[in-house]
Design a protein around this ligand. Sequence first.
Ligand code: ATP
Ligand code: MG
Length: 343
Amino acid sequence: MKIPKICVIEGDGIGKEVIPETVRILKEIGDFEFIYEHAGYECFKRCGDAIPEKTLKTAKECDAILFGAVSTPKLDETERKPYKSPILTLRKELDLYANVRPIHKLDNSDSSNNIDFIIIRENTEGLYSGVEYYDEEKELAISERHISKKGSKRIIKFAFEYAVKHHRKKVSCIHKSNILRITDGLFLNIFNEFKEKYKNEYNIEGNDYLVDATAMYILKSPQMFDVIVTTNLFGDILSDEASGLLGGLGLAPSANIGDNYGLFEPVHGSAPDIAGKGVANPIAAVLSASMMLYYLDMKEKSRLLKDAVKQVLAHKDITPDLGGNLKTKEVSDKIIEELRKIS
Ligand code: ATP
Ligand code: MG
């Protein structure tokens, strides 16, 4: 079998602590070629570019990208040279239109209360289309919300295909079409077209909820969700809300996926408050790597890695953010121990 090529971008702060541990764990479970590239604030200070061309080139040549976290610089530094956000640049250059955030509670002993769903958020348009202006005459600030037919079709198709590939049974479209009749009306209409097809061909259910009600359901009855698909802003807010169910940023993985590339990163940032102390929780990064293995069609290894994390959580071998006293490296050692036991 071909050895997968992984572009590793550690970034700043705790990115440089959790990613090396994740790579150490990946080496334990398979053969990979790791190619290291730079991006982020330190890279910007060193070479004047937060995301050098070489990094983009390598990212495009690899089978997947493992990304840590990057810091956002103070304003005065950027006045000299504009700071291009590495993650936004990568999303744009690689057309990573789907943001995927699993909300799976792994440290749950009561399986009847299992929380396990996925939020798939459109990543390129919606209210974050980047068109914003101020009309001096009207004294009115305006932000445009772009919902294209093409953008909606590809994210909704992605969500249904994701459901097929991951053996899920239901896709819920989240919208506000009662008020946003034209934009969310379009999104919902397209969803309903796909819904028919996937019901007939794959027996996957499709339904839809209003976004405000969904915000409440996520807290009250998260078990009702399987796969959620939604537009950019709604997805941004709902996925952060839902990650609150998991027990913190140290446990939340994510993926940014397009038709040709996949980038996998923990949801958290560079966490300057704990950087350098060796106490960052590596699990969000490790679970992102597990998502990467699934994407690379290494489903069994993906599951093993997740199971190892589950065991470590069950034994309370955890970092201070979760109430434990282990260091980053010690948690990784425990994950490796579990992997050796179960594989
Ligand atoms: P950035 O500007 O890079 O996003 P931030 O200050 O917003 O940095 P985040 O990384 O978003 O920091 O984290 C927010 C809070 O959660 C911080 O207090 C941080 O210490 C904590 N945190 C985030 N990730 C982890 C982790 N992996 N382990 C432990 N604590 C974490
Ligand atoms: Mg942050």
